[in-house]
Design a binder for this molecule. Structure first.
Ligand code: SAH
Length: 398
């Protein structure tokens, strides 16, 4: 564990790693303390202490996804297209040649997209006028595979010199296995649009978590720190009891994305010769399609069923005892009172709540406690070293 601090020439302006000047062991202590305070009441009510935070041994190069915005060059850049990071709280772009927390080589690919585009006179998108072509680029690098997916986001379907663009990028970066054009012609801050066109390779990449293979498309949600995601998923899954008599148990994976947690759980149960049926519920239909393919690729399609629905609506349509356990992993806003009320009325024995925003999680835990659940374990995981973010896994049972 590092006592060392790291320096980055653009740390102050970029603002992505706001804790970079704090030694990593001290960052973890602060996060532990923050979680102790946040969960103080929960801990007092259920007579428990927050588990020690799970940190990283090496807290650098952990982000396997990197992105850049593009903007037209100016006199200050010698006319060269701008790329890098948005300066904190603005849309001014700070150039970045190498980022400490990103997987090695990812930033170089992004910078070369700008360089090659300049050579071919492909114009960057000018946000203020809504004109131009290149808006963003996103690189995803496999953690357990050598797959590298580059997504080039354009304003509209036209990408001039697409073929030469791809050829030159591949020559500079033979490690690229997929290049996709994503079209985003809306005046929005969202990076990605919904339409994709494959320019090179199979259009998707694959990565592995806990021995399971997952397909990742240009618009799929996939955790950015795979090493710590394995820690997080293992902690979530190990809390789920298996029926010792061998009776089939049913697990609901709510807000399941591409089905990663449910599939890892089904596979882990299989290894222990237990029978676990998984129902995954997810709002985004592309992700549901991905989840179904992922279940097939991991030979658990008999055990995993995925439903495209709002989690709250799905919950409302279920009968008591429909599931034995629930894992939920909602977005930062947390879950809804109705979903939580649904959990209470379905009355699963166990609930595992994975959260990327412990503040909304604490709010939601109060509803589950009122419904008869007790908190058994609270485990913080550091998915984003050098930032203030903390993920938490909370186990409850009734
Ligand atoms: N468990 C997955 C995804 C977590 S991110 C993983 O670890 O990869 C949260 C997911 O919730 C996203 O995929 C998002 O599309 C989905 N989501 C957001 N609102 C939802 C809702 N109301 N109902 C169902 N899913 C929702």
């Amino acid at each position: 564990m590092g006592y060392k601090t790291y320096t980055c020439p653009i740390a102050k302006r970029c603002g992505g790693c706001e804790l970079l000047a704090v030694p990593y062991d001290l960052q973890l202590k602060r996060k532990q303390q923050a979680m102790k305070e946040l969960f103080r009441e929960v801990c007092a009510q259920d007579a428990l202490a927050v588990d020690p935070i799970r940190g990283m041994d090496v807290s650098l190069a952990y982000r396997h996804k990197a992105a850049t915005p593009f903007a037209p060059g100016s006199r200050a850049t010698g006319g060269r297209m701008r790329c890098g990071f948005y300066e904190r709280g603005t849309h001014r772009i700070v150039y970045c040649k190498e980022c400490l927390v990103e997987a090695k080589g990812a930033r170089r690919i992004l910078c070369d997209v700008a360089r090659v585009a300049d050579e071919l006179h492909i114009p960057a998108y000018a946000e203020d006028r809504g004109r131009g072509v290149l808006r963003h680029a996103v690189v995803r690098m496999g953690y357990a595979t050598h797959d590298v997916l580059l997504t080039i986001v354009t304003n509209g379907t036209t990408l001039p010199h697409a073929e030469r663009f791809v050829q030159r990028l591949r020559r500079l970066h033979p490690e690229l296995t997929v290049i996709v054009q994503n079209v985003n012609d809306r005046r929005t801050n969202a990076i990605l649009g919904t339409r994709n066109r494959t320019l090179f390779g199979p259009g998707v990449m694959h990565d592995k978590l806990l021995g399971c293979t997952f397909e990742i498309g240009p618009t799929s949600f996939y955790q950015t720190n795979p090493a710590q995601t394995e820690v997080l998923y293992r902690l979530a899954i190990e809390g789920i009891d298996k029926d010792e008599a061998g009776n089939p148990e049913t697990l609901l994976d709510a807000y399941c994305g591409t089905g990663t947690i449910g599939i890892c759980a089904a596979k882990a149960a299989e290894r222990e010769n237990c029978s676990l049926q998984v129902i995954g519920v997810e709002l985004v239909s592309n992700a549901v399609g991905c989840a179904r393919r992922n279940a097939r690729a991991n030979d658990v399609s008999e055990k995993c069923r995925f439903v495209c629905s709002d989690a709250t609506e799905w919950m409302a349509s279920q009968q008591r005892s429909a599931v034995d356990a629930v894992v939920l992993d909602p977005p930062r806003a947390g879950s809804t009172p109705e979903f939580l009320a649904g959990v209470v009325s379905l009355a699963p024995k166990q609930v595992v709540y994975v959260s990327c925003n412990p503040a909304t999680q604490v709010r939601d835990l109060a509803t589950l406690r009122e419904g008869g659940y007790a908190v058994r374990r609270i485990i913080p995981v550091d998915l984003f070293p050098h930032t203030k973010h903390v993920e938490t896994v909370v186990h409850l049972s009734r």
